[in-house]
Design a protein around this ligand. Structure first.
Ligand code: PGA
Length: 253
């Protein structure tokens, strides 16, 4: 496990205007630069990326993408290729977010997207998580299959560029996050699956994030108890006073 926590803000389809996007990004960048224990990545909608991306590398802050095509270029209306993103300076790309899976991304599609991301030298944030839980522990099977299928055929040399974000679907957009003790159990399990696919050394170095109803009030406690390497934050990442507080709280851990 590496010591710097990774905080990823997934803006989803927000905010409504470019001016707001620039303001949120500027404030996030400014606070991120002042903090020493964090790496902050914000993922705006594609239309804002070029306007908010730092013109020169900025310590502790970079721009990510919410999605990518698995095609390289050509007749693919509405798609954005990994080469285009890496040329712009994108550092991380989310793949397999549950909202994209709901819109049709299967594990096989996720796997093809992930390969493009790492082949272009960016980091892939593979999102996995069960729809619901039951006493039978089916959620472990769901998460194992998603990780295995999504990493099928990904060469070992790219393992260091893969981050796993565990996001139970039922906690996304919810009022409360998952119990941090249960997050801890799942994070250990995720690392074990990663180790079975690649190797133990890589798995110990890999970052495992948690996402789902994270806010400035619960972020530090989630990390403290669950021992995850960072957080994937939706709503709170576009709520500027809240996100600033979240970053400051996590930086002091
Ligand atoms: P949320 O979303 O923080 O608004 O629950 C998390 C996510 O979808 O990544």
């Amino acid at each position: 496990m590496s010591s710097k926590k990774l905080i990823v803000g997934n803006w989803k389809m927000n905010p409504a205007t470019l001016d707001e996007a620039k303001t949120i990004s500027k404030k996030t960048r400014s606070i991120s630069q002042k903090l020493s224990n964090l790496e902050v990545v914000v993922c705006p909608p594609f239309v804002y990326v070029d306007s908010v991306i730092p013109k020169k590398p900025t310590k502790g802050f970079s721009i990510g993408s919410q999605d990518v095509s698995f095609e390289d270029n050509g007749a693919h209306t509405g798609e954005v290729g990994a080469g285009m993103l890496s040329n712009l300076g994108i550092s991380h790309v989310l793949v397999g977010h549950s909202e994209k899976r709901k819109a049709g991304d299967t594990d096989s599609v996720v796997s093809k997207k992930l390969l493009k991301v790492v082949e272009h030298g960016m980091n892939a944030i593979l999102c996995v998580g069960e729809e619901k839980r039951d006493d039978g522990g089916i959620h472990y099977d769901v998460v194992r299959e998603q990780i295995k299928n999504s990493l099928l055929g990904i060469p070992n040399k790219y393992a260091k560029n893969i981050i796993i974000a565990y996001e139970p679907v039922w906690a996304i957009g919810a009022q409360e996050p998952m119990d941090p003790k249960e997050i801890c159990e799942m994070a250990i399990f995720v690392r074990k699956v990663f180790s079975d696919i690649f190797n133990q050394d890589t798995a110990m170095k890999a970052k495992v994030l948690y996402g789902g109803a994270v806010n400035f009030r619960n972020a530090a406690e989630i990390i403290n108890i669950s021992q995850v390497d960072g957080l994937l934050v939706g709503r709170e990442s576009v709520n500027m006073p809240g996100f600033k507080e979240l970053l400051k709280a996590v930086d002091t851990i």
